[in-house]
Design a protein around this ligand. Structure first.
Ligand code: NAD
Length: 256
């Protein structure tokens, strides 16, 4: 159903971004993978997607903490029918001890990058007469947790930005929505486990069960394939009138 469309997925060499890229490719979209590195493995990931699905897949290096690089990514892609703003990092610390460089990096990568890529992509979508902006926000775009000031601020910010983009494109054949995942066991979440173990004085299994999945009533992690399937749905004809909203994939977290 998405053949002939091109999707640019920021931060897509790992976790949710890679899962979304694979599902969009399976649905027929050409994909542009991105991260800030430029390794053989990065390019190999694109080749693998192309080999498996037959779509055109490319890797473009661009650091999403740099606004000019965000815009250059879209320009270099040349076409962007589907923009998935996914790049994101996390840092866990009490606000009065929160390192300023971490705050700035999280706001830049998790929120500002979407401003720059969206600004660059919307003219292309308008020209093409079709477009989808899919922002990977978080349950933390709708609720908060202690020690995640920068992340929660950035994710609430991107949810707000999504609504504005939807209003500004309401009369265009373009939609903008945010997917709000609960916990997904990706490298980003793995990396939080040691810090959280220390903060709460708990072991690994206890952190997973009592801290992470404590808020997730299903008691199961969401998967990257499920997130990819949600993105494909938002790109489908059925979702044409879905714009400016959030879609939670969180096992009931935000129903609590
Ligand atoms: P991940 O660490 O597995 O992947 C992050 C990707 O972003 C990687 O490909 C990494 O290389 C890339 N990246 C990091 N910094 C970058 C930069 N400066 N420029 C370009 N690319 C960069 O993380 P993930 O868990 O897959 O998270 C992806 C998104 O989903 C993030 O926005 C995250 O906040 C969000 N999210 C994740 C979860 C979860 O439980 N994993 C839950 C809710 C939301």
């Amino acid at each position: 159903p998405l053949s002939g469309k091109t999707a640019v997925i920021t931060g897509s060499t790992s976790g949710i971004g890679l899962g979304v890229a694979k599902e969009l490719a399976k649905a027929g979209a050409n994909v542009v993978l991105n991260s800030f590195t430029n390794s053989e493995e990065d390019h190999a990931l694109a080749k693998e997607i192309s080999d498996v699905t037959g779509v055109e897949a490319r890797y473009i290096q661009a650091d999403m903490s740099d606004g000019a690089a965000c815009r250059a990514l879209i320009e270099q892609a040349g076409v962007c029918d589907i923009l998935v703003n996914n790049a994101g990092i996390q840092h866990v610390a009490p606000i009065d001890e929160f390192p300023v460089d971490k705050w700035n990096a999280i706001i830049a990568i998790n929120m500002n990058s979407a401003f720059h890529t969206t600004a660059a992509a919307l003219p292309m979508m308008r020209k093409a007469g079709w477009g989808r902006v899919v922002n990977i926000a978080s349950a933390h775009g709708l609720t908060a947790s202690p020690y995640k000031a920068a992340y929660v601020a950035a994710k609430h910010g991107i949810v707000g930005m999504t609504k504005v983009v939807a209003l500004e494109t309401a009369r265009d054949p373009i939609t903008a929505n945010a997917i709000c995942p609960g916990y997904v066991l990706t490298p980003l979440v793995e990396a939080q486990i040691p810090d959280t173990m220390e903060k709460y004085g708990m072991g690994r299994d206890e952190v997973i069960e009592k801290v992470m999945l404590e808020r997730q009533p299903s008691k199961e992690f969401a998967t990257v394939e499920q997130l990819g399937g949600t993105a494909v749905f938002l790109c489908s004809d059925a979702a044409t009138q879905i714009t400016g909203t959030t879609l939670s994939v969180d096992g009931g977290w935000t129903a609590l």
